[in-house]
Design a binder for this molecule. Sequence first.
Ligand code: 5GP
Length: 192
Amino acid sequence: MQKGNLFVISGPSGAGKGTLVARLIERIPNTWLSISATTREPRPGEIPGIHYFFMTDSEFKTLADAHGFLEWARVHDHYYGTPRSHIEEHIANGDQVILEIDVQGALQVRRAMPECHLIFVEPPSLEELESRLRGRATEPEDVILSRLKTAEVELSHKMEYDYQVVNDDLDQATQDLVDIITRYANTKEEVR
Ligand code: 5GP
């Protein structure tokens, strides 16, 4: 059986990574999205074990000390990590494994698994990003400002990625991502 591939997708919050990833999973067969662990509180509607594994700081630290994470990083004042278990198994099974993680984590994954493919999703502009973050209205002002600052730092790393996808038009950006993944996946997009 042909092995799968590992794709790491990053980009500032508000760039639309989550929506794009959900769309590409619907369109490409045998994709497997890794579920991260985090110490932040669940947002309304988030389900433990589906959106994240929600952990206390001490649970997270115990798993990190036991080398249970492929990578982990502190993002927006909380810890986030990719559980190591299942990733290699899914790649060996021929799945296209997707990690949606921040820049610090992506660069750690590249060191651990240099064969991975890094994809950066960027907003059309910082102004557009700000208006999307405000439009979401899920976070208070200080959180929005801190996310914008982090966004500038993340954007400064975009050229370290193998691919950059600008999320201006959602359909076009989805197609760009699908094209990148199917190039490696040697699989046909599902026609719906
Ligand atoms: P949010 O709290 O909005 O769900 O995610 C905040 C940031 O954490 C996003 O940039 C997201 O990509 C990143 N993130 C989510 N899971 C992980 C992970 O497992 N590792 C790392 N390094 N970053 C993550």
